[in-house]
Design a protein around this ligand. Structure first.
Ligand code: AGP
Length: 614
């Protein structure tokens, strides 16, 4: 949500800034803007809608070349997505331009205070109070950095702020609380951004800013302090992926590219997990084994797709490690006053590592003395930083708003965690763990096999372009797959889609089944007969009521054939690992259907990739 970039250096700032905004488009936004410092002061262009609208404005009303600029893509919270509410905001005295990601919770009080002093506001945003306060501060003679720190001390809520002062070309200041900010360290030029994708074209050297830190940036210097001005330690790191990983590489959509990257993403996530003597190791896990042995309950908290990965994890962890495991939507977690003790292990799952609901759940859990393990795809993001330990998924950058490789790698990481817990607690023999690990390590080519067998999916999608509702059924780990399949369709194709536990259908939802309604059914592998046979009965139940059945079943499962109107074959894997192969056709179906309907697959309406507000 909201992309932020600032640049100081010899290049044409607005060109660097607009390109950086383009690379952060995936975060979700509904307006965009840029401001630079010129000899005449701040020069500003901003426009509601996509970056293309800003491009058009810049073409008809060019902005002067400058070496200092800031830019922003806004996802509206306070005030609609209009030109006026778009960022940057310039203080009414014209001194500063400022951009913001997050929500300033005490903006109403500050706005009233400033208005009482005669300051005139031009937008409805919470952000403008920060711009006005900063403008007042520098106009009263404060140094830009001092003024920024004093603004930050007055703000409550979540914010990343970046500002420039018209009287100080070649300098910008930025600050963060509860919202991401990274510095890109170049040679004779520097960047600040919400995300390394914004400057990866120019440098892979980055600095992650900590909570309540501010950075003062020129082309040759980077000074990090806390909000009181004391020098602060920051976290330098090197970005391990390059520009090509953040580009489409010949695919029409990032999402499609990311679906096809899943075999590699899962393989990378599983890589290097054994010690030379054959024990499973999670290097990043700094929680002592004695503490892990003492865990009496696990609570997994996450949102959206990551939550569904958590539902898969519950089956695996309870089965392998024999620890009771609850899974909770992160935004609900702290409000129900969950029972947490020092023996509770909280596991959070987040692709971005910046999801505000998940972050707040972590904070609540840690206040209650629980240990927190994060499963995350983004190195150095806030969630892993605020957790006791982290297992990184190695999916590479996920740009499409709809999570695909993020999900599969989260599931893979959950399996690793489940097996590791089993190893430490002795609930499985070593050879049993090795057996599952061997099977897990064999899944990437099987995922590839599924990808190679999806020829019929475009034709299938074409049959449902006018469909209003699609249902998904599954049992056991097939249930979270059904939920994920439905979510993908809602997000991308904007149609009613729901996932159900197959056995629950007869308790109500079966009333939705009518002639021709498409129902995807995930059939478990055949070994566990009861489970398999029950789902085969469920297929018959819906087909008898006119449903069009689209069945996902493993190779060699002939029992489903008479009841499948459409049949997708899945490679043979054990039941617990089936999500790694069964999710793929559902992702692809949603991608194809949305493409056929002419929708923007990478940036579906109203959605943001990184949901940094609660
Ligand atoms: C998935 O397709 C979504 N766009 C969304 O549900 C996402 O998984 C959720 O917002 C959690 O994001 P996170 O993994 O970055 O925390």
């Amino acid at each position: 949500m909201c992309g932020i970039i600032g640049y100081v250096g010899p290049r044409v700032a607005h060109a660097v800034v607009v390109e950086g905004l383009r690379r952060m488009e995936y975060r979700g936004y509904d307006s965009a803007g840029v401001a630079v410092i010129t000899a005449e002061g701040i020069s500003l262009r901003k426009k509601a809608g996509k970056i293309a609208n800003l491009d058009a404005l810049l073409a008809t009303d060019p902005i002067p070349a400058s070496g200092t600029g800031i830019g922003h893509t806004r996802w509206a919270t306070h005030g609609g997505p209009t030109d006026v509410n778009a960022h940057p905001h310039v203080s009414s005295n014209g001194r500063v331009a400022l951009i913001h990601n997050g929500i300033i919770e005490n903006f109403a009080v500050l706005r009233a205070e400033l208005q009482a002093q005669g300051v005139e506001f031009s937008s409805e945003t919470d952000t403008e109070v920060a711009a006005q306060l900063l403008g007042e501060g520098v106009a009263a003679g404060a140094d830009l950095a001092d003024a920024m720190r004093s603004v930050c001390r007055r703000l409550e809520g979540a914010f990343t702020l970046v500002a420039i002062d018209s009287t100080q070309p070649g300098r910008l200041v930025a600050a963060r609380r509860n919202s991401p900010l990274v510095v890109g360290v170049g040679e004779g030029e520097n960047f600040v951004a919400s995300d390394v994708a914004a400057f990866i074209e120019f440098t892979r050297q980055a600095i992650e800013l900590g909570q309540d830190q501010m950075v003062d940036v020129t082309a040759d210097s980077i000074t990090v302090t806390d909000f009181d001005g004391a020098p602060a330690a920051s976290h330098p790191f090197e970005v391990t992926w390059d520009l090509s990983a953040a580009e489409k590489g010949g695919y029409d959509w990032f999402m499609r590219k990311e679906i096809f990257e899943q075999p590699k993403a899962v393989a990378d996530t599983l890589l290097g997990r054994f010690t030379p003597d054959g024990a499973l190791t999670l290097d990043e896990l700094r929680i002592p084994e004695a503490e892990i042995r003492g865990v009496d309950k696990i609570i997994i908290v996450a949102c959206g797709t990551a939550y569904y990965a958590g539902l898969v994890a519950k089956y695996a962890i309870e089965h392998w490690a024999r620890i009771a495991c609850e899974v909770e939507i992160a935004s609900e977690f702290r409000y129900r006053d969950p029972i947490i003790t020092g023996s509770t292990l909280v596991v959070t799952i987040s692709q971005s590592g910046e999801t505000a609901d998940t972050l707040m759940a972590i904070r609540h859990a840690r206040e209650q003395k629980a240990k927190v393990i994060a499963i995350c795809n983004t190195n150095g993001a806030t969630i892993p930083r605020e957790s006791d330990a982290v297992i990184y998924t190695h999916a590479g950058p996920e740009i499409g708003v709809a999570s695909t490789k993020g999900f599969l790698t989260q599931v893979a990481a959950c399996y690793l965690l489940g097996l590791y817990l089993a190893q430490v607690r002795g609930s499985m023999y070593d050879d049993e763990i090795r057996h599952v690990m061997t099977e897990l390590a064999a899944t990437p080519p099987l995922i590839q096999q599924v990808l190679d067998s999806l020829d019929q999916i475009t034709d299938l999608a074409a049959r449902f372009v006018d469909t209003k509702s699609v249902l998904f059924l599954g049992r056991h780990v097939g249930y979270p797959i059904a939920l994920e399949g439905a979510l993908k369709l809602k997000e991308l194709a904007y149609l009613h889609a729901e996932g159900f536990p197959a056995g629950e259908l007869k308790h109500g939802p079966i009333a939705l089944v009518e002639e021709g309604v498409p129902i995807f059914i995930v059939v478990p592998p055949q070994g566990r007969d009861q489970l398999h046979d029950k789902v085969v009965s469920n297929i018959q139940e819906v087909r008898a009521r006119g449903a069009l059945t689209i069945v996902l079943a493993e190779e060699g499962d002939e029992e489903v054939v008479p009841y499948a109107d459409v049949l997708f074959r899945l490679p043979k894997v054990s039941t617990l690992l089936q999500p790694l192969v069964a999710t793929v056709p559902l992702q692809m179906f949603a991608c194809e259907l949305a493409t056929l309907k002419g929708y923007d697959v990478d940036q579906p309406r109203n959605l943001a990739k990184s949901v940094t507000v609660e």
